[in-house]
Structure formats: C-alpha cells, structure tokens
Write a protein that binds this ligand. Structure first.
Ligand code: NAD
Length: 252
C-alpha cells in the first residue's frame, strides 16, 4: 500500500539512506509519489526501489556503505551534480545486533554506533552545509521505540537510537534559526527484514501483538505519512521532536 500525500513534495530534492529495502524503500517510493526527486542511497542494489517508483528521470541510485564516513562527501556531491540542490534528508539506514549485555562485543557496539549514529550525524552535517546558505531544509531521522525505552539484548541499538533522539534535539536547537527543521520518527514494530527474527518467534510475536493497542504490526507504509509530514512545509514550525508511530505502544 502507498501512503498518499498529494503533491506535498513537488519538485523537492530528497536523499533517503537505506533505500534499497524495508522502511527506506517505502519512504523513497512515497516521497516520489508526492512529487519529490529522490536520491536513493544504499549499500546494495537499488533496483527493486527504482522499479517501485518507476520514474527514472526522478530517481538517482547511489551505492554507499555508511559503515564509514568515506562516502559522505561523495553522496552530497553526486546529488548536487544531479539535481543542483538538496531539500530533504531522511537518515533511515540502520542495523541491530542482539546479545546479552554481559556477552556484548566491541565489534557489535562499534558497528551499530557507526551506522546508526556517527554516519547519521556526519551526513546531516554535510547536507546542512548545503542547506544553510539556502536558508531552508528538512532532516528526518529514523529513531525507534528504543529512543524512549530500554529493551533487552540490544545495548548498542538502544544507545544509538537514544542518541538519535538527543542529536535530533541538539541539531534542531542549532539549525532551527537557519531555516532547517530537524525531527525524527520513531516507528513501532514494523514488518521488515530487521524484525524477521521477532516475527518468526511465535511467543515473542504474540506478546508483541497483544501489547500493541492497534492489535497488529505496522507495515512500512504506515510510517511514511509521518516522514512525509515532517519533510513537508506543513511541518515548518516543528523542531526537535521524535514522533512515535507505534500503534499506541508507548501509550500503554
Ligand atoms: P532493514 O534491515 O530492512 O533495512 C535497513 C536499511 O539500512 C537497508 O536499506 C540497509 O541496506 C541499510 N543499511 C544498513 N547498513 C548500512 C550501511 N553500512 N550502509 C548503507 N546502508 C546500510 O530494516 P528497516 O526495518 O527497514 O529499518 C530501517 C530503519 O528503521 C532503521 O534505522 C531501523 O533501526 C529503524 N526502525 C525499524 C523498526 C522496525 O520495526 N522495522 C522499528 C524502529 C526503527
């Protein structure tokens, strides 16, 4: 299902990271449907996403591995060479590693912090250096329920996503006066590769669904509306929030 948002992003130039699958693919598709030109960034083939959008003149695929800062300047310069400006950045790329805190390894700590937090910050910085002279721009970070809660067996994920909510506030405080809106969306439980292990565990799956007031998992398209809202002019006076889209999970 595609979230409809009219032509709210007509002519805007957007970057979506982690756009080859899952939530990022839905954001890229739904932003394109709302009129945006979308640069899809990912570490593997973007073919499925480009086929879903089906508008070759309005999409650009950029292969980039955000497990280091190496591709960041290249991403910005490729988008500028393609479209001449950047209006929207959706920092969606993210990974998770599961192990008891007593056994958690430094590699599982560093890998997650690098993609989920460090690359998110430095890509935001690089893009904001383009947006600030224009006096406008929207940055939407993808946070998590673990921006609000502790969770278990995912220490680096919880630390990184709590960090995303904090950075969202800090960047909003620094950049709101420069015309840039920095906000985050915190998805609840969404059916993607990221959550496959939970979906396939009958006990965890039942416990999750029973606790969600809406009584079901989210589809990726359930999350797009909030991302598109925060990327649109309807959110011009919204700064520094982390907006849960969770079927009521946090209200329990
Ligand atoms: P997914 O595993 O389906 O997709 C993750 C995306 O990140 C992929 O496109 C992947 O290529 C990209 N990515 C990972 N490492 C990368 C790297 N080194 N360089 C470039 N790209 C990289 O997961 P998803 O569920 O679609 O997750 C998207 C975002 O939403 C993540 O930040 C995740 O933490 C967040 N999130 C997901 C859920 C959920 O229930 N699925 C809930 C809350 C938050």
């Amino acid at each position: 299902m595609t979230a409809t948002f009219g032509s709210a992003l007509e002519g805007k130039v957007a970057i979506v990271t982690g756009a080859n699958t899952g939530l990022g693919q839905a954001f890229a598709r739904d932003m394109a449907a709302a009129g945006a030109l979308v640069a899809c960034v990912g570490r593997s083939s973007m073919d499925e996403t480009l086929a879903a959008i089906d508008a070759p003149d309005r999409t650009l695929a950029i292969e980039a591995d955000l497990s280091s800062l190496e591709p960041i300047d290249r991403i910005v310069s490729e988008v500028l060479a393609w479209a001449g400006r950047i209006d929207i950045l959706v920092n969606n790329a993210g990974i998770i590693r599961r192990a008891d805190a007593l056994d958690f390894t430094e590699t599982d700590w560093d890998d997650v912090m690098q993609v989920n937090l460090k690359s998110l910050f430095f890509l935001s910085q690089a893009v904001a250096r383009v947006m600030v002279p224009e006096g406008r721009g929207k940055i939407v970070n993808i946070a998590s329920l673990l921006s609000f809660q502790g969770g278990i067996r995912i220490p680096s994920y919880t630390a990184s996503k709590s960090g995303v909510a904090g950075l969202t506030r800090l960047l909003a405080c620094e950049w709101a006066s420069k015309g840039i809106n920095v906000n985050a969306v915190a998805p609840g439980y969404v059916r993607t590769n990221n959550t496959k292990a939970l979906q396939e565990d009958p006990e965890r799956n039942r416990a999750i669904v029973e606790r969600i007031p809406a009584g079901r998992w989210a589809e990726a398209s359930d999350i797009s509306g909030a991302v598109l809202f925060l990327a649109s002019s309807a959110a011009d006076y919204v700064h520094g929030i982390t907006l849960p889209v969770d079927g009521g999970w946090l209200a329990r």
